[in-house]
Design a protein around this ligand. Structure first.
Ligand code: CP
Ligand code: NVA
Length: 304
């Protein structure tokens, strides 16, 4: 079992992982070490604060030894194949996480590894992030099914995983993006096959109206830096600010996977305001990562 796409998980898998994450949160410091004696290889082709630290701390607190492996310092950076890297790491460690530019790299790792592989962000999806977002929504609303989500901004990797999760869990989602930056048809089709019906709009206000959760992300993802000037011009109005929050439902929350570009896709007022759940969301990266690792790398895995 790997976690490459959030759609690798069923509704039951997700709900079970969220229960487990909540238990790890409540029992932090006293939940035992189910992964004692195991090791986790964490490959990073791109920078990271939350993913690296939450995975590393989660692994350590579960008793496992985490190894941070910068891709440029691995032989991968000198031309060793992804397949051979996967085969060799599988002889040493009990799980691999990978943050990569091309989604195909993490797919290839999973094809050639004999231990579980987890996508720690690719250009196509960010499943670990979405598990943390779901835990945050459940903490705030005590339910997921029926929640109304609004995505404001780039139809990127995080948006793709959120669209698929919405379809799996029975949440409504409306995506407001500028023309040319909407989620790809492939994701919309996949969401429809999973039973979802994502809506696409151009105006942020049309997505925000009546929403329970407003979600945004950077206008310039890692790998898109060459397009920065154009993106800053195109995305100007795709900002989660107090006026947009005012269009949402009473009790609505704002989420952002972070890092935030304050004053661009989200304002200080929202980030630091009473409707912000972004720092709980960041914390939940650690609890959900523990749940994923304990499930994939633990002794007893349902579905084996
Ligand atoms: N949200 C997230 O993945 O953050 P990092 O890039 O800091 O890991
Ligand atoms: N969409 C962003 C997410 C960062 C956590 C990126 O890919 O850079």
């Amino acid at each position: 079992m790997n976690l490459i796409s959030i759609s690798d998980l069923s509704k039951d898998d997700i709900l079970r992982l969220l229960e487990s994450a909540e238990t790890f949160r409540v029992r932090r410091g006293g939940h035992g070490q189910p992964l004692l004696g195991k090791s986790l290889a964490m490959i990073f082709e791109k920078p990271s604060t939350r993913t690296r630290v939450s995975l590393e701390v989660a692994a350590a607190e579960l008793g496992a030894h985490p190894l941070y492996l910068s891709a440029s310092e691995l032989q991968l950076g000198r031309g060793e194949t992804v397949a051979d890297t996967a085969r060799v790491l599988s002889r040493y460690v009990h799980g691999i996480t990978a943050r990569v530019y091309s989604h195909n790299t993490v797919v290839q790792l999973a094809q050639h590894a004999s231990v579980p592989v987890v996508n720690a962000l690719s250009d196509w999806e960010h499943p670990l992030q979405i598990l943390a977002d779901l835990q945050t929504m459940r903490q705030r609303f005590c339910k997921l099914e029926g929640l109304r989500l609004a995505w404001v901004g780039d139809g990127n990797n995080v948006c793709n995983s959120l669209i698929l999760a919405s379809a799996i869990l029975g949440m409504e989602i409306t995506v407001a993006s500028p023309p040319g930056y909407q989620p790809k048809a492939q994701i919309i089709e996949q969401a429809k096959r999973l039973g979802g019906l994502p809506s696409m709009v151009e105006e942020p206000a049309d997505a925000a109206r009546g929403a329970d959760v407003l979600v945004t992300d950077t206008w310039v993802s890692m790998g898109d830096e060459a397009e920065e000037a154009e993106r800053l011009r195109v995305f100007g109005k795709y900002q989660v600010n107090a006026a947009l929050m005012g269009r949402a439902a009473d009790g609505a929350i704002a989420l952002h996977c972070l890092p935030a570009h304050r004053g661009q896709e989200i304002t200080d007022e929202v980030m630091d305001g009473p409707q912000s759940a972004v720092f709980d969301e960041a914390e939940n990266r650690m609890h959900t990562s523990k749940a994923v690792m304990a499930w994939l790398m633990g002794e007893k895995r349902s579905g084996d």
